[in-house]
Write a protein that binds this ligand. Structure first.
Ligand SMILES: NC(=O)c1ccc[n+]([C@@H]2O[C@H](COP(=O)([O-])OP(=O)(O)OC[C@H]3O[C@@H](n4cnc5c(N)ncnc54)[C@H](O)[C@@H]3O)[C@@H](O)[C@H]2O)c1
Length: 250
């Protein structure tokens, strides 16, 4: 997949899925801007990539702040001269069902999971338009496609909004050479899941819903991002791409 030289901003890339995306994109020749509110993790992720002779920088930011977005875009332009791809990946989950959640918690979920994507697009689009094109990859979830009974409703609503915001941007800004797609991972195998899986019933429930019979890996998700960011995906626009082993098939 050709992403050589592309300037790619990734939010939430200090850890989790974002750091694996950053690493894979850099290995394939991209210039990677790691954006995260956790300065320690973000700097360490950038240092690890740079130490391999690849191109990565860290910029500390809160994805819900307009000022931080303006500064992050300026930082990317200063380092690479371009903003080719923005991966709006940072997200949170307040794990409470709807009847236990406060309106403030609801608003926080919406602000971080959905507002951040809105801001990332708002501040990158003018730069992409000037350049003659660009690309957004927004991390939604299987919960942006289906109502998932194990997941907080606020998370589902916030990710559903990301799905449709992605399509709306794909439709309006294609004429400026800007593509916009979303990815929809199912549960990814992490240390947190390992704890959850100590309970055999929960393990059986979670694995039982995946036709391919295993959880996603961070690499599965990063490979989808690599494709959507690449030249090979130049006619792919407005797609909601599940990375879920078939969870959303039925
Ligand atoms: N892990 C999964 O199973 C899974 C499944 C489907 C979708 N997702 C989505 O994938 C994305 C990444 O998830 P993850 O599992 O890697 O999460 P994670 O918690 O491991 O990492 C998220 C990163 O985002 C950063 N972050 C959080 N709020 C921020 C803010 N306001 N400003 C800047 N940075 C902020 C954190 O510091 C952290 O480094 C999220 O949008 C999540 O909803 C995850």
């Amino acid at each position: 997949m050709n992403v050589k030289g592309k300037s790619i901003l990734i939010t939430g890339a200090g850890g989790g899925l974002g750091s694996v995306m950053a690493s894979l994109l850099a290995e394939n020749g991209a210039q990677v801007l790691i954006l995260d509110m956790d300065a320690q993790k973000g700097q360490a992720a950038a240092d690890e990539i740079s130490a391999r002779g690849l191109k990565a920088w860290f910029f500390p930011m809160d994805v819900t702040s307009e000022d931080d977005w303006k500064a992050a875009i300026d930082f990317a332009l200063e380092k690479t001269g371009r903003v080719d791809v923005v991966v709006n990946n940072a997200g949170i989950n307040i794990r409470k069902p709807v009847e236990e959640m406060t309106i403030d918690e609801w608003c926080t979920m919406m602000k971080v999971n959905t507002g951040s994507v809105f801001l990332g697009c708002k501040y990158a689009i003018p730069v992409m338009r000037r350049q003659g094109g660009g690309c957004f990859i927004n991390t939604s979830s299987v919960c942006g496609l289906i109502g998932h009974k194990y997941t907080p409703e606020a998370y589902t609503a916030s990710k559903g909004a990301v799905t449709m915001l992605t399509k709306a941007i794909a439709s309006r800004y294609a004429r400026d050479g800007i593509r916009s797609n979303s990815i929809h991972p199912s549960t990814v195998y992490t240390p947190l899941v390992e704890t959850l899986f100590k309970d055999p019933q929960r393990k059986a429930e979670r694995l039982g819903e995946v036709p391919l019979g295993r959880l996603a890996t961070a690499e599965d998700v990063a490979n989808a991002v690599l494709y959507l960011a690449s030249e090979e995906a130049s006619f792919i626009n407005g797609v909601s791409l599940p990375v879920d082993g078939g969870v959303t098939c039925y």
